[in-house]
Design a protein around this ligand. Structure first.
Ligand code: NOJ
Length: 532
């Protein structure tokens, strides 16, 4: 009897030791990463976008943008807030650039507000004060050895263009955009080497024209109940116009401006990774389809000159067609792929099984889609269990291996074209006593583990050239207002004082190749990771 007990004790202890070492090694494997794991010259930066940080919404000649107008309608933003003041970066950009320098960043990704430089589009004058504002940012970044990484379109444009043309449903927006791009290239291409034509065409088309979350709030059932719209067709039309606008701007850049600095022009996509919900072949196919309907929707046309065959098969004649000239113009029109990667979701096939998921149906889980695209139902939950640690954003879970899988996918599909991680970040929701915000250990672990997987993808041969944290500082998170916080820096309300979070110190130490002391972060097996 005693012998059996001893045997049980020995095997239980053995099991425990094995279990602890597996957990420990997985933690170490995930978080053990150094700057020197990345190639020489790899850019390490942080990102923001104009509407989310600038404020000064109606100052120095800037006109109202689509977001300025949208935020003024009750119910459009959860906390009723807007970007009128935001982080007041417009007036405090020097302080923010000093912060970037103090962190040791080598790149800063920001966007140019269209309504600040061309308040009325092509119809009006160039707003020189707007141009000067961005010029000062660029000069001051360069003085400190920080590469400006400039996005032209980050979801906002002059409201007047929305009213005049009906926004991106109209092909006429293309000429407006190309003129805006030309003004920016003319003003800054002698100093800016990295250009992003559009931020997240895929997400923008979906949020503005399918799910009615972004202006102009268009959709149709089952995606939502809007005054007007067609969720099946309009996102496709809008993405088509955006892609062609990219192609024309890219052509212009290559013909007239690229030679100034031998610069690179690319695009960023919202890059969710998808994995099959079950081992079933149909779900595997669904995960492939989800990738095609998300990243390849934007990238296939810009690399190969046409939409992914997976989309063509499902949409048939609904999917717009590129003429031969358009296809030639588009193919190979990017020098790099910008990856905005945050999370991985499960994909479930809806061709061979029904996927009607009602928002009130608890089996859908938090973070599920009510309606499906490409006959794929996506969710962060399997049998009620989240795919990774949930975060402040309902559809963003911590799945570090997804970073590696995403880069592997893009490397394979696009013949290892240069890539930059243009956004990667972790959000806490706002908490009442603010206790999580400054001691943001969850954010540190997030970046460490995602970076570790990125380094692995690079070791396997992927041509990734940079990594930007989203975001430099807490800011206006679109429909979520100020409630979701992604920053390395906290912005105190109402003083707008910038305070570094623990993650800012970690990033700084990481960039100087030193490690944050063990006393600062420790792992407690009962309560998880803690700061001291
Ligand atoms: C992607 C968008 O580019 C950015 O504007 C947004 O704040 C982050 N994702 C987080 O949702």
């Amino acid at each position: 009897m005693k012998k059996t007990k001893l045997k049980c004790f020995v095997s239980a202890t053995y099991f425990l030791i094995v279990f602890i070492s597996v957990v420990k090694s997985s933690i170490e494997e995930q978080t053990d990463v150094k700057r020197s794991d990345f190639p020489h010259g790899f850019l390490f930066g942080a990102a923001t976008s104009a509407y989310q940080v600038e404020g000064a919404f109606h100052e120095d000649g800037k006109s109202l943008s689509n977001w300025d107008v949208f935020c003024h309608v009750d119910g459009n933003v959860v906390d009723g807030s807007n970007g009128e003041i935001a982080d007041d970066h417009y007036h405090r950009f020097m302080e923010d650039i000093e912060i970037m320098e103090s962190l040791g960043l080598t790149a800063y990704r920001f966007s140019i507000s269209w309504s600040r430089v061309l308040p009325r589009g092509r119809l009006g004058e160039i707003n020189q004060i707007g141009i000067d504002f961005y010029s000062k940012i660029i000069d001051n970044l360069l003085l400190r050895g920080i590469q400006p990484f400039v996005s032209l379109f980050h979801f906002e444009f002059p409201q007047e263009l929305q009213e005049r043309f009906g926004g991106w449903l109209s092909p006429l927006m293309r000429e407006e955009y190309v003129y805006f791009a030309e003004v920016c290239f003319r003003s800054f291409a002698d100093r800016v080497k990295y250009w992003v034509t559009f931020n997240e065409i895929n997400l923008y088309s979906e949020f503005a024209y399918e799910k009615a979350m972004f202006p102009p709030l268009r959709c149709s059932p089952p995606f939502g109940d809007c005054a007007s719209g067609n969720s099946d067709v309009e996102p496709l039309t809008v993405a088509h116009n955006l892609l062609l606008a990219h192609g024309e701007a890219a052509k212009l850049y290559r013909e007239r401006f690229k030679s100034k600095l031998d610069g690179l022009l690319g695009i960023t996509m919202s890059a969710f990774m998808y994995v099959p919900l079950t081992a079933d072949e149909n779900d595997k196919e669904a995960a492939n389809r989800a990738m095609a309907f998300n990243v390849a929707w934007t990238l296939d046309p810009l690399v190969f000159g046409d939409y992914p065959p997976e989309m063509r098969r499902i949409h048939g004649s609904e999917l717009p067609i590129f003429s031969t000239e358009e296809s030639l113009m588009l193919s190979k029109s990017i020098d790099f792929i910008g990856i905005n990667h945050y999370t991985t979701l499960y994909a479930k096939d809806c061709i061979h099984s029904t996927c009607i998921c009602n928002v009130n149906d608890s089996s859908c889980g938090v973070g599920s889609d009510r309606a499906v695209r490409g006959f794929v139902y996506t969710s962060g939950y399997r049998d009620g269990v989240p795919i990774g640690e949930p975060t402040g954003m309902s559809r963003f879970f911590v799945v570090p291996s997804g970073m590696e899988a995403m880069v592997d996918y893009l490397r394979e599909r696009y013949n290892n074209m240069p890539m930059f991680v243009t956004e990667n970040g972790y959000s806490y929701p706002a908490d009442e006593d603010n206790s999580l915000q400054l001691h943001d250990v969850g954010r540190i672990l997030f970046h460490q583990s995602y970076l570790a997987h990125l380094a692995r993808a690079i070791r396997k041969g992927a041509d990734v050239r940079g990594y930007m944290v989203w975001s430099l500082m807490d800011n206006f998170e679109w429909n979520n207002g100020y409630g979701i916080k992604f920053g390395l820096y906290e912005i105190e309300q109402p003083t707008l004082k910038r305070t570094p979070k623990l993650s800012a110190t970690w990033y700084k130490d990481f960039l100087s190749n030193s490690t944050i002391s063990d006393a600062t972060i420790s792992y407690n097996h009962e309560s998880g990771l803690q700061s001291q």
